[in-house]
Design a protein around this ligand. Sequence first.
Ligand code: AP5
Ligand code: MG
Ligand code: ZN
Length: 212
Amino acid sequence: MNIVLLGLPGAGKGTQAKIIVNHLSIPHISTGDLFRQAYQAKTELGLRAKEFMDKGELIPDEVTIGLAFSRIGEVDCARGFLLDGFPRNLNQARALRNYLDSGSKQIRHVVYVEVDENLLLERLTGRRVCVGCGTTFHLIYNPPANDNACDCCNGEIIQREDDREETVKERLKINKELTHKLVQFYGDEGILRKVDGAKGIDEVTKDVLGLF
Ligand code: AP5
Ligand code: MG
Ligand code: ZN
């Protein structure tokens, strides 16, 4: 089963993706995570991507699309995958459709995690992530048991650089219109399902899993 999770920054895509892929036994593909891994490995792609990410801007399509397709083409995606943060604009969505068509594949479900914009600033500025395993926490809604250590791997917990308030505002501004267009695009294709992402994490998971 091939799934796309759509939502504005902070909607809970990554949080839900990690839980859902466990239930469905398919890989989780987050282009944001792939870029952050490339940066940690100090590759040329990662260093270039970081300049855009720190400003809250999108990475150019030719880079992002190539990265996403090479991941989708890996053998563990043959029986399905979940995309988180890709596609992010119409050009990427059309390229994905063409790419999958050429392999006689398709996206079966697009889940739009809908959250009112004024909740997102608080979600993002309060987010903390584990350097070791990438687990996401929130200072209020999902705090780690121990202030500075990850519940899963005891790794260090930090704030993402693009979660500073000014950058968050820029990310929301850039992604708002693009996300709206994707909702229309997949709505027209008849595969869009909406869930209320303002509910608690467990409730949202239940609603998403109820769609499949
Ligand atoms: P990416 O890493 O994908 O960031 P994003 O899209 O801005 O989304 P986030 O990861 O910030 O939010 P999320 O929806 O995953 O929320 P989360 O679950 O963490 O991309 C980063 C950058 O990479 C982009 O800005 C761009 O530069 C580049 N990039 C990536 N993909 C690209 C593409 N396709 N094209 C071009 N450039 C691309 O949750 C947020 C917080 O809320 C957490 O603290 C969490 O604990 C909490 N939370 C989650 N759910 C709930 C809930 N139900 N109730 C209460 N709290 C909750
Ligand atoms: Mg994420
Ligand atoms: Zn960890």
